[in-house]
Ligand binder design. Structure first.
Ligand SMILES: N[C@@H]1[C@@H](O)[C@H](O)[C@@H](COP(=O)(O)O)O[C@@H]1O
Length: 244
């Protein structure tokens, strides 16, 4: 596990974008596992800037997103499909047929989970998986549980996640109660993982995830067992680390 300390959110974003760019430059047809949420937005912005300068080419890059809310149409401005379009895809030369996101409108959960796992298999595995960290230790939408879910599946979102994500919606009532997410097994099959963490509100969970026991009660703790994890966290997110 490699830990890169960043000064603040901006510095974290640039460091993470450097790691993503290196992946694209070294393997132009790489498969990127993408994340949503506020954490990776700055890194995506930086990638767009480098693309506009002619430094990056996304034409052969393939992507697979971690998760999607169940019941939101693609054009709903809170869907992760919409998020990816707005924050990255529409600004770079990526081929949309090379981008994959679970279909939130598929009501048959087993069918959607199987379809998404097959897509991931056909892509030949994820070269670099980008992750953010939920306040309860979730990665993707894998909520604290008694087991580490293996494959893509449907989840009931926990109250704390609904509460954390309501800032993107008009009210908590509008936050979907379920989502499709890659499983923990799906995530750790990625060859390399980049975990981005920013802010003091994530300090305690980051510390527990990386220094506490490996347990499905803290889903991100599984990362301790992955052979190639890079963490880019800012000083605020590392504050608990320093006092222990
Ligand atoms: N499903 C997403 C995760 O993929 C994300 O990493 C996490 C943290 O979000 P944020 O970066 O906004 O703190 O919560 C969301 O619920």
């Amino acid at each position: 596990m490699k830990l890169y300390r960043a000064k603040d959110y901006y510095d974290m974003s640039r460091k993470a974008a450097n790691i993503i760019s290196a992946q694209i430059i070294m393997k132009p047809n790489c498969v990127l596992g993408l994340a949503t949420g506020s954490t990776p937005v700055g890194a995506y912005k930086q990638l767009i800037e480098w693309y506009n300068k002619g430094d990056l080419d996304f034409s052969r890059v393939k992507t697979a997103n971690l998760d999607e809310y169940k019941g939101l149409t693609r054009d709903n401005d809170q869907s992760y499909y919409h998020f990816m379009k707005q924050n990255l895809f529409m600004h770079v030369n990526i081929d949309v047929t090379n981008t994959h996101i679970p279909d939130g409108m598929e009501s048959d959960a087993e069918k959607e989970a199987a379809r998404y796992e097959e897509i991931l298999r056909n892509l030949g595995g994820i070269d670099l998986q980008i992750l953010g960290l939920g306040h309860n230790g979730h990665i993707g939408f894998n909520e604290p549980s008694d087991i580490f879910p293996k494959d893509t599946h449907i989840v009931d979102l926990q109250e704390s996640t609904i509460e954390a994500n309501k800032r993107f919606f008009e009210s908590a009532d509008q936050v979907p109660r379920q989502a499709y997410t890659m499983g923990i097994g799906t995530i750790i099959r990625a060859k390399k993982i980049l975990l981005m963490v920013s802010g003091e509100d994530k300090a305690e969970i980051l510390y527990n995830a990386l220094c506490g026991p490996v347990t499905p009660k803290v889903p991100a703790s599984i990362l301790q067992l992955h052979p190639d994890v890079i963490i880019v966290a800012d000083e605020a997110a590392l504050s608990k680390w320093e006092t222990n």
